[in-house]
Design a protein around this ligand. Structure first.
Ligand code: OSB
Ligand code: MG
Length: 370
């Protein structure tokens, strides 16, 4: 099935962020991002790698993803002959780990395949909604600035606000936002920064009516997460810990979470993200689409997967302008006043890459061929 890959371009670009993004584990003012451009059967496809420049969120980082793609993943794909999105996973399986690098190659292959046949990625994944409910993930700021940021996002219409917290920087920002916006749907994301000994601090968050608390403990502490989930009223959601559909199934079975953040980058691709979604549906656990501060290329793919019916909570999918003064696609993504974004409907990712702008912000570009 499919066509042999003729060539693969690995391109690194840098986009300044409109506001800094600081979490317990990440500190960014520029989004440096690795893009993958595949040509198969004479048709081009694009993918975006979720990896950040530093290995603070998970172990992957831009240089590492670039290296594993150049040295291992792309050569395997080029040597595989006829290939498509569905068969790529088995071709890449000899490489352990590196889910973000694999996901970037997978989505580029899917985009090329779908642009050749005319279907949208959303339809290919089984998505049925034409609009997705959107939230916004806000980095850490001094409280006055945080309130200003949140005020802008609430005015824009975002359906919920997610705050980044860590021990010692939790109650103050949460209480301030809750006091000023009593009705806003509010979530908190700890990025694994608490320890099981911080139970009192975590219990203290129950007062603020949070919709969920994301990844309170380190990613490998599922039993600890189950203990926290049993002890606090706020629903526990896992992000970093959910590395596959199997991991999701086991985390839910253990009681480690009652909500799952689905990020295709973190689970190795959009096809596995659909399987995580299916686990959520089978176990009656709500899932929602997380993000990695993607450009319009990755955002298009996230909108496609978020259009599946099991994604029942607002996504970390915000308008292009929330991240960048200028996005890398010709038609930037915009938020409707009702807090939704349209799912692209044309072939593949359904977006047109702005090559002139991309060239202007390119740091490095290489082309690999058989
Ligand atoms: O933990 O969800 C996270 C961004 C980079 C790394 C980790 C996370 C995030 C976000 C951003 O929260 C969500 C977005 O893309 O808007
Ligand atoms: Mg998170």
């Amino acid at each position: 099935m499919g066509a042999p890959i003729e060539r693969v371009e690995l391109r690194r670009v840098a986009l300044p962020l409109v506001a800094p993004f600081r979490t317990a584990t990440v500190d960014l003012t520029v989004r440096e991002v690795l893009l993958v451009r595949v040509v198969a059967g004479g048709v081009e496809g694009w993918g975006e790698c979720g990896a950040l420049p530093e290995p603070g969120y998970t172990a992957e980082y831009v240089d590492g993803a670039h290296g594993i793609l150049r040295q291992h993943l792309v050569p395997l794909a080029l040597a595989a002959g006829e290939i498509d999105g569905a068969s790529l996973g088995a071709v890449l399986a000899p490489v352990r780990g590196h889910p973000m690098a694999k996901a970037a190659l997978e989505v580029a292959v899917l985009d090329a395949e779908l642009r050749a046949t005319g279907g949208s990625l959303a339809a290919r994944l089984g998505g049925t909604r034409d609009r997705v409910e959107c939230g916004v993930s806000v980095g850490r700021f001094p409280v006055a600035e945080l309130l200003e940021q949140v005020e802008g996002y609430v005015a824009d219409g975002y359906r919920r606000v997610k705050l980044k917290i860590l021990p010692g920087h939790d109650v103050e920002p949460i209480a301030a936002v809750r006091a000023k916006f009593p009705d806003v749907a509010l979530w908190a994301d700890a990025n694994g920064s608490y320890s099981p000994d911080d139970r009192d601090a975590l219990r203290a968050l129950d007062e603020y009516g949070l919709g969920l608390l994301e990844q309170p403990l380190p990613e490998d502490d599922l039993l600890g997460s189950a203990a926290v989930a049993a002890e606090i009223a706020t629903p526990v959601c896992l992000d970093e810990a959910i590395t596959s559909a199997r991991a999701a199934d086991q985390a839910i079975a253990l009681g480690a979470c009652s909500v799952v953040n689905v990020k295709a980058a973190r689970v190795g691709g959009y096809l596995e993200a659909v399987r995580v979604h299916d686990v959520g549906r089978a176990r009656d656990v709500p899932v929602w689409c997380g993000g990695m501060l993607e450009t319009g290329i990755g955002r298009a793919a996230n909108l496609a997967v978020a259009s599946l019916l099991g994604f029942t909570l607002p996504a970390d999918l915000s308008a292009s302008a929330r991240y960048f003064a200028r996005d890398v696609i010709v038609e930037p993504f915009t938020l409707a006043p009702d807090g939704t974004m349209a799912v692209p409907t044309s072939a593949g990712l359904g977006v047109t890459v702005d090559l002139d702008y991309l060239d202007a912000i390119t740091l490095d570009r290489e082309v690999l061929a058989p």
